[in-house]
Design a protein around this ligand. Structure first.
Ligand code: SAH
Ligand code: SF4
Length: 470
């Protein structure tokens, strides 16, 4: 069967889609080159904000309308449960995040039921008349083979986490599934289940295999990744701080040149973690440290378990270690009851922290979360205004931060040709900053994954421009 996967949402979803792709390929299915070419389309959905969920559901609806075998995976499935089939009549299967390991079996069963049927003429439904049938409601398409498989697999740990190698020199590796933090606004714990740390042995074996396939840069994923090994035994020697220990082990793997991880909670920026950055040059000096708000009142309401002062203390410890340590963040604007003064505190915190980059989200009430019980009282226009203000601040600040790097030499891993200018290479430095530089005359072929020293000549808010240092 020819399949295509469309992914919405975070890096976790990207990683899950990669794993599903690898498993489907291993099961003998083929990757389609376009939607037209695909027999089956799988949508990996996000539900963290309502708009994100709507996008994924909308796409799945389009695929059903274009008569593809359509499957939905990811966070929206868990949130909607059985209702997913009401939202998407004609959907063939739906699989929650912790159950994605079951997808190859489902796709193969669909394939055999389709291939046992009469060949599909164009415009005709796929289906078998002799099999279990669900009569479609009047006015909907006549889909005879409606399988409707739903796998919610509550706390199931997806099989074959280690099954993939996307083929490039960069790879995501999930180390921690789920989340136990229960921030007041967040639906993630409901849809991704309890925190579970994968056994360290399994993670190390996966990264060793990736390194053998040419992977040089790994990004370790977890919702609150610094909590790795705290809730369940991950097989490391009993240590108070398993995550720094895991980092040191990964740094010892031959072939791995860069280690990144995301997301972090400020409480996890400990002496032991700071010592890893001092000792292991492979561990990139970049931390994505979502702050959400700069107002103590709102932070308390969100249940974030740190104050503004504690957060800023964590940032200054990183910058004491290295003034160019890149710190990026997530912020929510328009949380229930967020006043103008609360917002101004967020603005000033962002300036004090000197974020290298930030992602701003407009508050969206999610069913079942604690904050959904509060009035969503900041108007859409005001949320938008606050959003634009923070983005404009970030432009100015990003330019200031990046300008400090002009004249310095950064080590960059080449990721390919620049999208905007094919005469340039593009890559990232350890701080995850995008760097582009001119090809040398006569230079051919992008040296994917090669570490290059680039002298920075020009800075913009989101990008650095340089030249290969001789
Ligand atoms: N585990 C990560 C965040 C995962 S969700 C962490 O805590 O660091 C990614 C981001 O989406 C969050 O950091 C938050 O800024 C945003 N987000 C989560 N729920 C939201 C909601 N209900 N409305 C708006 N933004 C939200
Ligand atoms: Fe959501 Fe908070 Fe968990 Fe992040 S730490 S996934 S924001 S509950």
């Amino acid at each position: 069967m020819k399949f295509l996967i469309h992914t919405y949402g975070c890096q976790m979803n990207v990683r899950d889609s990669e794993a599903v792709e690898a498993m489907l390929l291993a099961a003998g299915h083929e990757k389609a080159v376009s939607e037209d070419d695909a027999d089956a389309v799988i949508i990996n959905s996000c539900t963290v904000r309502q708009k994100a969920e709507e996008k994924a559901i909308g796409k799945a609806g389009n695929m059903i309308a274009s008569r593809k075998i359509t499957g939905l995976m990811g966070c929206a499935v868990k949130r909607l449960g059985e209702d997913v089939f009401k939202r998407l009549p004609g959907l063939d299967f739906a699989v929650a995040p912790r159950a994605f390991g079951l997808i190859p079996k489902i796709v193969s069963s669909l394939e055999s039921s389709v291939s046992r049927c009469a060949p599909r003429a164009s415009g005709q439904e796929h289906g078998c008349s002799g099999e279990e049938t669900l009569s479609p409601p009047p006015g909907t398409r006549n889909r005879r083979h409606a399988t409707r498989i739903l796998e919610l697999g509550d706390d199931l740990v997806p099989g074959s986490m280690a099954a993939h190698c996307a083929g490039g020199f960069q790879a995501f590796v999930t180390v921690l599934l789920g989340c136990d933090n229960r921030c007041s606004y967040c639906i993630v714990p409901d849809v991704r289940g309890h925190e579970y740390s994968r056994p360290a042995k399994e993670i190390i074996a996966e990264i060793e295999a990736l390194a053998r396939h040419g992977v040089k840069e790994v990004t370790l994923l977890g919702q609150s990744v610094l909590r790795y090994g705290i809730r369940n035994d991950c097989g490391l020697p009993k240590t108070a701080e398993p995550f720094p220990f895991l980092l040191r082990q990964i740094a010892g793997i031959d072939g791995i040149e860069r280690i990144r991880f995301t997301s972090a909670h400020p409480k996890g920026v400990t002496d032991e973690l700071l010592q890893v950055w001092r000792d292991c040059p492979k561990v990139c000096r970049h931390l994505h440290l979502p702050v959400q708000s700069g107002s103590d009142r709102i932070l308390a309401a969100m249940g974030r378990r740190y104050t503004r002062a504690e957060y800023l203390e964590s940032v200054s410890r990183l910058r004491e270690l290295d003034p160019e340590f890149a710190v990026t963040t997530d912020v929510i604007v328009g949380y229930p009851g967020e006043t103008h003064d609360d917002f101004e505190q967020t603005r000033s915190l962002m300036q004090e922290a000197g974020f290298d980059n930030s992602f701003v989200f407009k508050y969206s009430p999610r069913p079942g979360t604690r904050s959904a019980l509060l009035p969503d009282d900041v108007t859409t226009e005001e949320k938008e205004r606050r959003n634009q203000t923070l983005l404009a601040d970030q432009e100015t600040r990003g330019l200031e931060r990046n300008s400090r790097l002009v004249g310095t030499i950064r080590e960059v891993l080449a990721e390919g040709t620049s999208k905007r200018n094919p005469e340039r290479w593009s890559g990232r430095d350890g701080g995850n900053r995008i760097v582009v530089w001119d090809r040398r005359q006569g230079e051919r072929g992008a040296r994917l994954g090669e570490a290059v020293k680039i002298r920075i000549a020009q800075a913009h808010a989101q990008i650095l421009i340089g030249e290969a240092a001789r």
